[in-house]
Design a protein around this ligand. Structure first.
Ligand SMILES: [Zn+2]
Length: 315
């Protein structure tokens, strides 16, 4: 059995898994992510690796991190959540643990996991949206990750959805992330509940009567029970996601479009409007085969499995 370790550096926790060549996780380990502390994060990654390593023969370690990763997969050029700038993560971790290391963007490791063992398996090209607080993106073309010249390709969340629209954390205006993320969903639901409280009775009830206390959990629960404002909020983000996917279909012609991330746990109340607006956006095109929109199947494990598999293919 060939074993590698995949590590996912998230905003709150560093999670790792001991993974075999079939994408099966044999053991997991977890540490809290130290805030604003590079050496602390490297320490946490090393501890996770050592715990999983035990007596096993490990070939390599793959790390997924949110942010812009250099094309040679060694350096975190910018990680907004960790305040990292040009951090040579690969070499520092490799020095600490004495194993080959590869670093990759978190959405890239997620699509790689889905491509090898999940919802994109069997398709040579695919597109993935991770819809969480923000929006991440990954693209596989001809069985390879689309990394670009500088390593920062496939930032789907920062493609423009609305010219001169809302200001985005990346510095541009009108990015998809500002209209179709979990944060945008919450914003739409709160605004809807304030404007039309009668139609948001269930949603407001779940939130204790306070529109500003509405979170994704209440929106999903209310939408699944037919609350009009909650459903409208999902329809709003579905509109932007569906239209974005229709554009990417013109560009990539993928075999499948995958929606991953925390918001996809909502299931059909999210996927139905995405599919509706996607079909609408392509309806007037000449009749050609078109990729299906599917939910990711590996869930939160995709990153660990994908990172471990990328590490295997490095050696
Ligand atoms: Zn942006």
């Amino acid at each position: 059995m060939s074993l590698t370790i995949g590590v996912d550096i998230g905003g709150t926790k560093v999670g790792g898994g001991l993974v075999d060549e079939d994408g099966r996780i044999h053991a997991t380990a977890l540490r809290p992510t130290p805030a604003d502390d590079t050496s602390g994060v490297i320490q946490a990654v090393s501890e996770v690796v050592e715990e999983l390593r035990g007596e096993h023969e490990i070939e390599a370690v793959g790390i997924g991190a949110a942010g812009w990763i250099s094309a040679d997969r060694s350096t975190v050029m910018l990680a907004p959540n960790l305040s990292w700038r040009n951090e040579p993560l690969r070499d520092k971790v490799a020095a600490a643990i004495g194993l080959p290391v590869v670093v990759e963007n978190d959405a890239n490791v997620a699509i790689w996991g889905e491509h090898r063992f999940g919802a994109a398996q069997g398709f040579r090209s695919s597109v993935l949206y991770t819809v969480g607080t923000g929006i991440g993106g990954g693209i596989v073309v001809k069985d390879g990750l689309l990394r670009g010249t500088n390593g920062v390709a496939a930032e789907i969340g920062h493609m423009r959805a609305v010219p001169e629209g809302r200001v985005c954390g990346c510095g541009r205006k009108g990015c998809l992330e500002q209209y179709a993320s979990g944060r945008a969903l919450t914003q739409a639901a709160r605004e809807g509940a304030k404007a039309e409280p009668d139609k948001a009775a269930l949603l407001l009830d779940l939130a204790g009567g306070d529109p500003d206390a509405i979170t994704g959990k209440e929106i999903t629960g209310a939408a699944q029970q037919g609350d009009a404002v909650a459903l409208a909020a999902f329809d709003t983000i579905g509109y932007y996601l569906g239209n974005s996917a229709a554009d990417l279909v013109q560009l990539i012609d993928p075999g499948v479009v995958i929606i991953a991330g925390g918001v996809v746990d909502a299931g059909d109340v999210l996927l139905d409007p995405v599919r509706k607006h996607y079909a609408k956006a392509l309806a007037e095109r000449v009749d050609l085969p078109v990729a299906e929109i599917k939910a990711a199947t590996l869930g939160s494990k995709a990153g660990v499995i994908g990172a471990a598999d990328l590490a295997r293919h490095l050696t």
